[in-house]
Ligand binder design. Structure first.
Ligand code: 3HC
Length: 294
């Protein structure tokens, strides 16, 4: 089955990014806000990002307009009815995800594929909330979804081979590279990346170096585009904390557990870029290391 129309549930950073990435390659998208209310923020974010590309001369204004016009912004789950593929990208709470999948299962047409963009939760658990386990798969995108080339494709033992083939073809159609992974907590990237970010936080706790030092070392010494503390802020410290807790729960390895400083920042509502304060202070331009953290 060729995937021509998708529905994305969740109008946050990831959901909007997935919607834009697909619409940029000619796919029709219903971007469905998971909580009731206007979708202005998601639409404005996409328009702003595309506007920057137009300013840089990388995209024509007409093409930017065409991309936005391929996306229907709504908070009505019924907009997913005629989708070939439904991608859930909402809060990392298994109970809420299961409930939304049970609802979507009744709405999305027979033959439609259901997919989750979860970071670390088990695809099999969500699949069990639906009556189409053979048409259920994980599709894990990376932030920023418009630019990052990887999508982890996670079939379970019940996923039909044709669904895996259709999902892989879709990922390639939108210009990304699929990697098949088993349904194990964190898949590949987050299983490796989360302990790395947590260890960087432990280095800071130990006073090994300061924030800028740790980030500069990994940028220049390992050729990473961002240092680990900057990346944690970019992903969101609440998300990094949740991924770390999920990994620790699944594998019981101490190095996967969230460090005390991460838990403290999350409890204080210091969540990184989205709250303008994390390991860096984003109220300054360019951002400066958070003075409270030394
Ligand atoms: N669509 C297409 N291209 C776009 C775009 C859009 N909406 N917005 C920007 N771009 C282009 C820009 O034009 C630019 O291209 P150019 O260099 O040819 O001019 C390029 O993308 C980069 O944009 P910027 O100059 O704004 O930014 P940087 O060069 O500083 O790169 C970054 C930013 C891509 C975020 C880079 O720092 C990076 O790769 N960081 C690491 C990100 C990462 O590791 N993500 C994974 C996190 S883990 C995860 O997501 C898993 C989840 O489960 C939590």
């Amino acid at each position: 089955m060729s995937i021509e129309k998708i529905a994305v549930l969740g109008g946050g950073q990831m959901g909007a990014g997935i919607a834009e990435a697909a619409a940029s390659r000619g796919i029709s998208v219903a971007l469905i806000k998971a909580t009731p209310g206007p979708s202005d923020k998601a639409k404005a974010g996409i328009e702003k990002g595309l506007g920057r590309l137009v300013e840089k001369g990388k995209l024509s204004a007409d093409d930017a307009g065409a991309i936005v016009s391929r996306i229907t912004f709504t908070d009505d789950l019924n907009a997913a009815a005629d989708a070939d593929l439904f991608v859930e990208s909402i809060v990392e709470d298994i109970a809420i995800k299961k409930q939304k999948f049970a609802e979507a299962d009744k709405i999305v047409k027979a033959g439609g594929i259901l997919a989750s963009n979860t970071s670390t939760l088990c695809i099999g658990d969500m699949q069990a909330a639906t009556e189409r386990s053979d048409r259920f798969i994980g599709l894990h995108f990376f932030n920023p979804a418009t630019m990052m080339k990887l999508v982890e494709v996670i079939p379970t033992d019940s996923t039909d081979a044709s669904v895996v083939a259709d999902a892989v073809a879709f990922v390639e159609t939108i210009g990304k590279t699929p990697v098949l992974v088993k349904d194990r907590t964190g898949f590949i990237v987050n299983r490796l990346l989360t302990p790395y970010m947590c260890d960087a936080i432990r280095c800071l706790e130990d006073g090994l170096a300061d924030i800028a030092g740790i980030d500069t070392a990994m940028q220049l010494g390992a050729n990473h585009p961002m240092g680990p503390l900057s990346l944690a802020d970019y992903i969101g410290l609440d998300i990094v904390n949740a991924m770390s807790e999920n990994l620790f729960e699944a594998f019981g390895k101490d190095y996967m557990a969230p460090p005390a400083l991460l838990k403290k920042l999350v409890a204080a509502g210091t969540l990184g870029r989205k709250t303008k304060l994390g390991f860096y202070d984003y109220s300054e331009r360019p951002p400066v290391p958070n003075k409270e953290l030394g």
